[in-house]
Ligand binder design. Structure first.
Ligand code: IYR
Length: 228
């Protein structure tokens, strides 16, 4: 039974709050911190299949993210078709080859050295799914009318954060990939003019023996300032 109340004619519901237990709260905060600390961006994927239902649950989590004026200005395209993945890989590698050879600054190339990335992107074919996230700066009505969205980058970034956390929680791995420029994704996925590519996220399981760079994360003390 919904307990709807109206404020200036708009429907509101009582917020559902589980009883709060301080000890349990400590434990859950710590457990999530440990779990998320083990998340890594993976570039070496297994071809092992993953049921689409798991991906769909992760996407539902992503869709629960907050967004400007609750406009939910995101679109997720889930690509599993090998032929389409190959096309995406070929187009991405064409752009990445150009970037690594002619577009990225020396400083940028230097900063990427510890990751040992290059223009070759085999994971775009080996990962069982490529989730291509689009941002909608406006909604397009069937009659061609436009309705503006707000804080689109923040909103879609939050949804992607939720998605990456859900993927990790489900025991899968992902990569936040940004082949640049990404316009080819609009063409290959036949997206409408109000959608722009935001992130390309390969999802699956790591290849046997997959390595990740030995990087360190900043300590919270380095990035947190308390004002009591
Ligand atoms: N898009 C390129 C380069 C790249 C850029 C950043 I910033 C990274 O953190 C990693 C890679 C690529 O995917 O290789």
């Amino acid at each position: 039974m919904k307990n709807t109340q109206f404020i200036n004619g708009f429907p509101f519901l009582p917020h559902v709050q589980k009883p709060w237990n301080e000890h349990e709260s400590h434990q859950k905060a710590q457990a999530m911190c440990d779990e998320m600390a083990a998340r890594r961006s993976v570039r070496d994927f297994s071809t092992q299949a993953v049921p689409i239902e798991i991906i769909n649950h992760c996407l539902r989590t992503a869709c629960s993210a907050p967004s400007g004026a609750n406009k939910q200005p995101w679109v997720f395209c889930v690509v599993a078709d090998p032929a389409l993945k190959k096309q995406i890989r070929m187009a991405a590698e064409r752009e990445e080859y150009e970037s690594y050879h002619n577009r990225m600054s020396d400083e940028w190339l230097h900063d990427l050295k510890p990751l040992q990335t290059n223009w070759e992107k085999p994971f775009l074919e080996t990962a069982p799914y490529l989730i291509v996230v689009f941002r909608k700066s406006y909604e397009l009505g069937a009659d061609g009318s436009k309705k503006i969205n707000y804080y689109v980058n923040e909103s879609v970034g939050l949804a992607c954060g939720f998605l990456l956390a859900a993927i990790h929680h489900a025991g899968l791995v992902a990569l936040t990939h940004t082949p640049s420029p990404m316009n080819f994704l609009m063409r290959l996925l036949a997206r409408p003019e109000n959608e722009r590519p935001f992130l390309l996220i390969p999802v699956g399981l790591p290849a046997a023996g997959a390595l990740v760079p030995d990087i360190r994360r900043k300590a919270p003390e380095e990035v947190t300032f308390y004002y009591d």
